[in-house]
Design a protein. Sequence first.
Lengths: 426, 156
Amino acid sequence: MIEIENALSKLVEHAPAPPPVARVRARSRRRRRRRVAASAILVVAVGGSIAAAYKTTRPPSAVVTTEPPASIISLYGTGFSITTPGYSLSEPRFDATVQTTKAPFAGPPTVTATTEPLPTPIPNAPRYQTADRHELYAANTSVGQPVLAGQWDNWTVEITVDGLSPSQQARLASLVRFRDHDGYLVVDPLAPLHTVPATGTEVAFDGLSIDNSSYPSGCPMNPTNLRTAQGFPVERIGTKAIWCDPHARARIELQPPVPVDTMIEQLRVQVTRATTSSPTTSGSTPVSTSTPTPNTTSVTTVPTSTPAPAPTPAVTIGHWTGREPVAIYFSADAGDIATNLTWSHWSADSALATGTWHYLNCRPNCASGASTPYPVTISLSQPAGGKFTKLVEQTSGPHGFTMTFTAPQLGQGACANQNNISCTFS
Amino acid sequence: VDADEFEAWYRDEYGRVFASVLVVCGDRSLAADVTDEAFVRAFERWPRVRAMRSPTGWTFAVARNLVRRSRRRAARERLAAPAPELVAPEIDFAIWDAVRSLPKRERELVALRYVAGLTEPEIGSALGLAVGTVSRGLHDARTRLERLLTPEKDAS
């Protein structure tokens, strides 16, 4: 055995010299750029249903959910990057990023999920509660990037927070929900992160777009041997990869900055019907195993002669009247606001939402005190004259309370979308 | 401090990881590629990697996975394996051939123990194996190597 050891040690002696460490750094920078830019997937849509998943033993998947006959609603607000767990797997992998077209923050945060150990918290840094009642804390990555980090089952999740103020970090934390589903880490942004694009491409991300306007005429005419994980033949035009999903009647385009065939070979994009249940129930969000259903993306296939159902009651809050507000202001200042509201149902006799309520500790004063998010439930009832007349706000956390409001004063104001564009107050 | 520490470790361990990977994959060019890539990944995670029981073992495990990935691609592209005599000309071909003929797991254990110089607990940590499994695997590998390298006595 000594003879063998001596022989094998010659391999070390004759090993090539290590490349200069500067080359390691340069290669790392290139990898990082590729990881952010070349990636793909996720997400979307109506009814708040969204799931992006990566499983340790399977290729990454994307679920794109649409709800006929409604317009396609695309997620916006955050970017998601899902890197594969550690480097202990033998499966090919890539990093997935979705950067959507509208971001409420200066730069879309990137969510990285790994199975590596949690980073060390920054001493005395704030901790934030997430929508799913996990905790995120401030930390720095190995390259010094500020992140919020937390643990979900076996997953370590890091969210970049470059340039985000503490209040934005708290808001960001309050938006995210993660869960482990069958080995996948499923990212479930809350429903209010939605917008309705006008026309054209129905779902557009940085690098991935899906539309049905050019299906099937725009499907690959000159496919290569490259196929997606679902077996769809891919056409390459420059770096762009195009394929069609005949089940979903969708044309899918992926445009990484460089050809990334391995990534495309592992990419799954599924277009499915939205669930009607609330995405706030963790088990109700569709995951990548959803069965694609045909014809879910075509608005034109909906019979226009179908009689519209009787309208459900609206609600008037301050000077705002509408349905399913995403934020409600109960006080004139920022003392009592319910945000990120997700409506699990809105029927003829009642409506129910969950969201986030921020407790302000007012230390040293309310203007500069810390804000801690807690879950809040909003229920509407007692419809009269086409409007709900009773609102119950039930907050949680150590300072939680329940307040009942009756018409005409159900609150000071409300917003119809997450960017507070259409907020109206008394 | 981190950067200096990484650089010192990188210079010390590069050859060991390269040689260990070479034993496992039997392809000098591939071993160099995946070793380079593995050290890039170690660099990116250095604060965490340095805290591991065996940073070298972790880097080897990364490289080994990259080898597997590359092998699948090569299988798809039907790439030919390099000629054995070009892989490790510095050592006796019979020894090289014997080590290469070991089952994959035993080859990994031999590489980490006798090339990278890791202890059995460090190997267990790097490969996710119990120390007992490592010990048994190394024992089996040694027995197999001795049998392979001992001239058979002619029964006649």
